[in-house]
Design a protein around this ligand. Structure first.
Ligand SMILES: Cc1ncc(COP(=O)(O)O)c(C=O)c1O
Length: 410
């Protein structure tokens, strides 16, 4: 596939003005995805998917609230202008820094272990909590993203509700929220099972006021992937809410908690082709980006659509290439299947200097970046009304060495 523009801006201009590799997000797509979910009373963005404070601020201004899984994410949410009440800390542990911030800001918490209930209760007796329950089953696009069942460390095991209530009672905590996030998928039968599990557990919680079915709304990455039927998805959850309200005889607020759905398609990683070489029967196009920028292919064998923007005339030929990164690591391949098997992709014939874009890179892209091989984190750019705006600078050589010291007696 050839592609020359993102959000109306020339890819060549983006590469010239911001350098490569660079993450570019299209604001209009994020806004469209938020609008898709307007049938839900509360949209809570799982910021781990893409946590730049400009993106968080955009979400906030469109009525989206946010979750946080660490002290760092709490700081981000507050910096982006969220009130503490609009942030929910969801995790399986409190590290000490997170707990201090939560106590200080009186921030809502979603407890994924009995230890969290006790530790929170000791510091904040009498407050309200949400329970994240592991219903005993899960679903994921990869085993690594399946967050339910006994093979997952997440959530409080569904058979321990009595223990949760006893722990809450000990500290006069009120269990007002119930949360289930079992992984990713659009299998409606499976989602109905999640809804039924929520209703069953809800009947055990007399103070319940709100529920969340978590995130996991899928994004079409491969050409054959079908977009989520958002109308059917919303209806399924509103029906679950209605059934629960009928059974409990009172109003229950419903939340949806997507990460990927809101940002994946908006994000693109623009890179430059720096070498094209033959290894036996394979041709490799090697980029100036690596899994230090986009880890999903190496972590999960994830597929990202790829397009080429040639520096010169559009090539008439295509070629089957392996697209590789720049890291000193043989697993650093963007076209690989789960298990690390190298795959080829049919792309327009490339030359050094051409620009190659990895699409659908807005979720779990930049945020999973690292400094491996002492590479700087890439800049992030938001395209808004046809104008590119830098929302995070590229790290510098000084940034990379900050905080390191050579002891005097070495
Ligand atoms: C508790 C919780 N909620 C929501 C999400 C978002 O998942 P997704 O990006 O698949 O929507 C995650 C992802 O790991 C999560 O752990």
């Amino acid at each position: 596939m050839l592609q020359t523009h993102i959000g109306g801006v020339e890819i060549k201009a983006l590469a010239r003005d911001f350098g490569t590799p660079v993450f570019v997000y299209d604001r209009a797509i994020i806004e469209q995805r938020i609008a898709d979910l307007k049938g839900f009373p509360v949209i809570r963005f799982a910021q781990k998917a893409c946590s730049n404070i400009a993106i968080l601020s955009l979400m906030r201004k469109r009525g989206v609230v946010v979750d946080a899984v660490s002290a760092g994410e709490i700081h981000r949410a507050l910096k982006a202008g969220f009130k503490p009440d609009d942030v929910v800390y969801t995790a399986d542990i409190f590290d000490r820094a997170s707990l201090e911030l939560i106590v200080e800001h009186r921030m809502p918490v979603n407890c994924g272990s009995l230890d969290m209930i006790a530790q929170y209760g000791e510091r904040c007796p009498g407050r309200e909590i949400t329970l994240r329950i592991n219903p005993g089953f899960g679903h994921g696009h990869s085993q690594k993203t399946n967050t339910g069942g006994e093979g997952s460390k997440h959530g409080i095991w569904h058979e321990l509700i009595d223990e949760c209530l006893a722990a809450a009672k000990k500290y006069s905590l009120k269990v007002t929220g119930l949360h289930l996030h079992i992984g990713s998928g659009s299998d409606f039968e499976h989602l109905a099972q999640v809804g039924n599990a929520l209703i069953k557990i809800a009947s055990r919680l007399p103070d319940l006021t709100h529920i969340s079915g978590g995130g996991g709304l899928p994004t079409p990455y491969r050409p054959a992937d079908k977009p989520l039927d958002i109308g059917a998805f919303t209806k399924l959850w509103l029906d679950t809410q209605a059934r629960m309200e009928k059974q409990l005889g009172r109003k229950i607020k419903l939340e949806v908690e997507p990460g990927r759905y809101l940002v994946a398609e908006a994000g693109n990683l623009i890179t430059e082709v720096r070498a094209v070489k033959k290894q036996g029967t394979y041709t490799y196009a090697l980029l100036d980006a690596g899994f230090n920028n986009l880890a999903r292919p190496v972590m999960y064998g994830s597929y990202h659509p790829i397009s080429v923007c040639p520096q010169g005339a559009a090539p008439s030929e295509t070629q089957d290439v392996v697209v590789g990164g720049r890291l000193c690591e043989s697993g650093d391949i963007f076209t690989q299947a789960e298990g690390g098997y190298v795959e080829t992709r049919k792309l327009p014939k490339m030359q050094v200097g051409d620009l190659l874009t990895l699409h659908c890179a807005g979720a779990y892209g930049f945020v999973m970046g690292s400094n491996y091989n002492t590479m700087p984190l890439a800049p992030e750019v938001l395209v808004s009304n046809g104008k590119p705006i830098l929302i995070r600078e590229r790290q510098t050589a000084e940034d990379l060495l900050r905080g390191e010291h050579i002891p005097a007696d070495l």
